[in-house]
Design a protein around this ligand. Structure first.
Ligand code: ZN
Length: 412
C-alpha cells in the first residue's frame, strides 16, 4: 500500500497550512526547505512527528487554523509532564463524527439501537467520540460515563440497551456482575464496541461466553481525532481504517524505514483533512501490520491487524526486530502448546541466543517433536531459529497482572 495521488494532494494542502501557520511541524518543514512533496518516495522522507513534539507545543502551539475557527480542544492524559492539547475546528468534529458513524455502521449498528456509553466524558476524546458518532448515526445514546455499576445495570435493563461501549476491562466487570446476579435474561445487549487497548483472546472469549454478544475493536488515539478511525468488520479481527481521512504507514521502529504490507511494525498516521491540528507522519508506537488483499465484506478500506502491543515491547536480536506478538502468533498454530511462553535472550560466546520456553497443554504431548516443529515455524516468522524448550503445563509463572514474558539477560 502506498500513498495515492488524491492523498498526496491532500498532504500538500496540509503542508501548506502548517507552513503558513508556523506551527511546530510547519517550522520543521521550513527549516528542511520542504514545501511540497511530488511522489510517494518524497512523502516517505518527510520527518516524523512525535508525542514529545506535541508536548513541546503546549498549550496551543499545534493550532493550525485561525482561532475563530477552533470550537473545541481535547487533551491526552500526560503520564509524564505536560499533556498534549489538540484543537478541533467544526469540520474536524464533524469529520470525526462521520468516521465514528461509519464504525457503528460497519459493526451492523443502526438507528434502532440504544447505545450505552461508559467511557469517560471530559477533556479526553472517549465518551464524547462515542456520543457524536451515535447521534450522527441516529441511534439513541445513553451517555452514562464510567463507574456506578449499579446504575449501569439498571439502565441497561430498563432502557433495553442493545450496544455497550466500553473498555475491555469494564466490559468484563459488567459481564461478570451480570452473571453473578443471574440477570442475563433481563439484558438486551447484542453488541459491544470496545475501545482500543490491548486485550487478550481469553478475555474476549470470557465476555462473549457470558453475554453471548458480538464484540468489535475500535481504534484511535487522541492525537488523531480520538477513537473511531477504524474498526473490524463482522466475522474478521482485522480493522478497516478510513483512508479518505487518514493515511497509514507501517515502519520499522528502529530504522524508520517503511515496511512491506504484511510485516509487523509501528503504525504511523498522517491526517489528510484535519484543520485544527494536522499531523504528518505521526509515530503512534502501536504495533500492527497492514493486511494485504481485499476483505470478504467488500469494503475497500485498507485493513490492519489487532494492535499487538507497543514498540517498547520489541526486542532486537541478531540484527532482527522481534515482537512478542510474532511468537504468540506462532504458538497459536499449535494445539499442543498453551498460550504461556517465556523468551530469554542471553549473550554466550560472543553471540546472542534466544531461548523460547513453551508450555505444553496437559495430555500426551511429544515434547521433543513439538520443540522441533515450533523452532521451524518460529524461524519462518522471525528469520532465525531459537532454542525451543517445551515444559509441562503450569510450569511457567502466572501473574494477576500482565505476565512478564521477555527476559533480556544480555546486559545483566
Ligand atoms: Zn471487512
Amino acid at each position: 500500500m502506498r500513498i495515492n495521488e488524491r492523498q498526496l494532494a491532500q498532504v500538500n494542502d496540509r503542508i501548506n497550512a502548517l507552513v503558513t501557520a508556523g506551527s511546530f511541524y510547519g517550522k520543521k518543514l521550513k527549516e528542511a526547505g520542504i514545501t511540497h512533496v511530488a511522489d510517494a518516495e518524497e512523502f516517505e522522507k518527510l520527518p516524523f512527528s512525535e508525542k514529545a513534539d506535541l508536548r513541546d507545543a503546549y498549550p496551543l502551539g499545534l493550532m493550525t487554523a485561525p482561532e475563530e475557527e477552533i470550537v473545541r480542544i481535547h487533551s491526552s492524559s500526560g503520564t509524564t509532564g505536560l499533556p498534549v492539547i489538540i484543537p478541533y475546528t467544526a469540520k474536524d468534529v464533524d469529520d470525526w463524527g462521520e468516521m465514528f458513524r461509519r464504525c457503528y455502521e460497519t459493526a451492523g449498528i443502526g438507528k434502532g439501537d440504544r447505545i450505552q456509553i461508559t467511557p469517560g466524558y471530559g477533556l479526553w476524546t472517549a465518551g464524547i467520540g462515542f456520543q457524536n458518532g451515535c447521534e450522527k448515526l441516529g441511534a439513541m445514546a445513553v451517555p452514562m460515563g464510567p463507574g456506578n455499576t449499579e446504575k449501569q445495570l439498571q439502565m441497561m435493563m430498563d432502557l433495553k440497551t442493545t450496544v455497550l461501549c466500553s473498555t475491555s476491562s469494564y466490559a468484563l466487570l459488567l459481564a461478570e456482575e451480570i452473571e453473578r446476579r443471574g440477570i442475563r435474561d433481563k439484558i438486551h445487549l447484542k453488541k459491544g464496541v470496545i475501545g482500543s487497548e490491548r486485550w487478550s483472546k481469553a478475555m474476549r472469549e470470557r465476555i462473549q461466553g457470558i453475554l453471548g454478544i458480538e464484540l468489535y475493536d475500535i481504534y484511535g488515539l487522541t492525537e488523531i481525532y480520538g477513537p473511531g478511525i477504524g474498526i473490524n468488520c463482522k466475522g474478521s479481527d482485522y480493522m478497516h481504517i478510513w483512508d479518505d481521512y487518514l493515511y497509514l504507514e507501517i515502519i520499522d521502529p528502529v530504522t524508520g524505514k517503511n515496511l512491506p504490507d504484511g510485516e509487523w511494525g509501528e503504525i504511523v498516521i498522517t491526517t489528510l483533512v484535519k484543520e485544527g491540528a494536522p499531523l504528518i507522519r505521526y509515530r503512534t508506537h502501536d504495533l500492527s501490520r497492514i493486511i494485504p488483499g481485499k476483505c470478504e465484506c467488500g469494503r475497500s478500506y485498507p485493513r490492519i491487524d489487532i494492535i499487538k502491543g507497543r514498540t517498547d515491547d520489541m526486542i532486537k536480536i541478531k540484527g532482527v526486530n522481534v515482537f512478542p506478538a510474532q511468537i504468540e502468533e506462532v504458538l497459536a498454530k499449535f494445539e499442543e502448546a498453551s498460550s504461556e511462553y517465556q523468551i530469554r535472550i542471553s549473550h554466550l560466546d560472543g553471540r546472542d541466543t534466544m531461548r523460547l520456553y513453551v508450555e505444553a497443554v496437559s495430555g500426551h504431548v511429544d515434547f521433543a517433536e513439538l520443540s522441533k516443529k515450533i523452532a521451524a515455524k518460529t524461524k519462518a516468522a522471525i528469520g532465525f531459529t531459537p532454542i525451543v524448550k517445551v515444559v509441562e503445563a503450569g510450569l511457567l509463572p502466572r501473574s494477576e497482572k500482565k505476565s512478564k514474558r521477555v527476559f533480556d539477560e544480555r546486559y545483566d
